[in-house]
Design a protein around this ligand. Sequence first.
Ligand code: FAD
Length: 473
Amino acid sequence: KPVVVWFRHDLRLDDHPAFVAAAATGSPVICVYILDKTTYLESSIGGAYQWWLHDALASLNAELEELGGYLLTFEGRADEILPEIVRQSGAASVFAHHRVLDKERQQDQHISSLLSEMGVGFQLDWGTTLRHPCDVLTKERRSYKVYTAFWKVLRSLGAEEPVDVPEHVQFSAHGDDLLKDQRLNAANLRSEKPDWAAGFRASWRVDSHAAHQALDVFLDDHCSEYATARDHMAEEGTSRLSAYLASGLISPRRVWSEVHKRNEKGKGAEVFASEIGWREFAHYTLFHTPSLPYESITEKFRALPWRKSAHDLKAWQRGKTGVPIVDAAMRQLWQTGWMHNRARMIVGSFLTKHLLINWQEGEAWFRDTLVDYDAASNAMNWQWVSGTGIDAAPFFRVFNPTLQAEKFDPDGVYLKRWVPELSKLSGKVLFEPWKASEATLRAAGVTLGKNYPQPIVDLPEGRDRALSAFKAL
Ligand code: FAD
């Protein structure tokens, strides 16, 4: 009897405990992926992540082919498709990794009981996090709410060891006949009319080799400077591993183990490991607090009088707020599917504080436009940046976009790359063109309201409005 490996957010063979466990049975293996939109937030998969998925699935298939197997891909409800695959193939058991979003966990429970009624096993391992989320608990067996306390324990425990690709795997030869009418048409994942993804293609190579290469380049060339370079938006100071981690083309445990093998003592390695720790904290928090993507963690913030302004929201989404560093960041996101972490914090604070628009609008826009979209990291970071209850981040901390730009993009290199209309401005007015004299703007070819927008909000007024809304609670 064959066994099934069900790939989900783990589209790789390296460090894949479920694949290893299936191979160890000695039975022929059937490898499947099911695109099930009902398990995504709002039952839709983001456009950018969908673009990424197309090649990520091809990468997994290529890895399997090297071992003599292949990937079967389906589209539809996994709780219908998977039991049907098992029924038709006569499989004895299904192997997969745990997921943390509530909808996915509920589905796994449901599928587990369906399979058990059929006398089929469903074995779930932890393969997308460093550890089991219940390994790090307080003395009272509660989950940590503050990152530093969580990190202290995780740091001392370390990660589980990654597992290698098994040497011998026997694949089932009968997969081809299974559920032919529910196969995923991969071409639908990438529509080229209109061809909105040219910037994506120029920015990313989507396969597991590229993931390992990105890690190598980072560890060889950037890790030692990471502690300071990571905040500078114009520099290639970070690893750009997030999308590979989100789709599982590389595992966090492999990243963790390589960092510790090669850069054990450096400050950069320590800071980098703690960023992998933030990813872990996001998954951990979503596991222990399933409402994370749906409501503000601190109850009183659920009553915040958020503004509803379709005009301001659209200006923010399209990078047309008139606040240059915000616009640069939002255009980087739109064109490449990725945004620098410092920039994410700036635009998040601007949306939720200066514009007083609900963090959930930002969460939804990022969900649609990020190639590294991850349900846990996105929701946690939006709640962190808006100060609505994650970690110790207070609501009253408002990032000043001008000061942030002056500090983390002092020469405006990042800004001018994405907002070329302002490329002839320099000095402080590059960050605040509304303060420039008529003559300066004219000399730089800038006409506010014509070829670059007037700011949609007065920054001090926006800040005060947010703080009074907060104080009124
Ligand atoms: P590096 O600096 O090289 O960090 C290495 C890895 O650590 C990253 O690849 C990522 O997996 C992890 N990491 C780093 N910072 C964080 C963080 N703050 N939270 C969680 N993990 C982190 N990251 C996502 O992967 N998916 C998201 O959907 C996402 N949404 C975000 C939304 C907002 C509002 C903010 C402020 C941050 C968000 N992040 C998200 C976190 C972070 O911005 C990205 O992980 C990071 O910019 C990716 O670039 P990198 O791989 O070069 O990071």
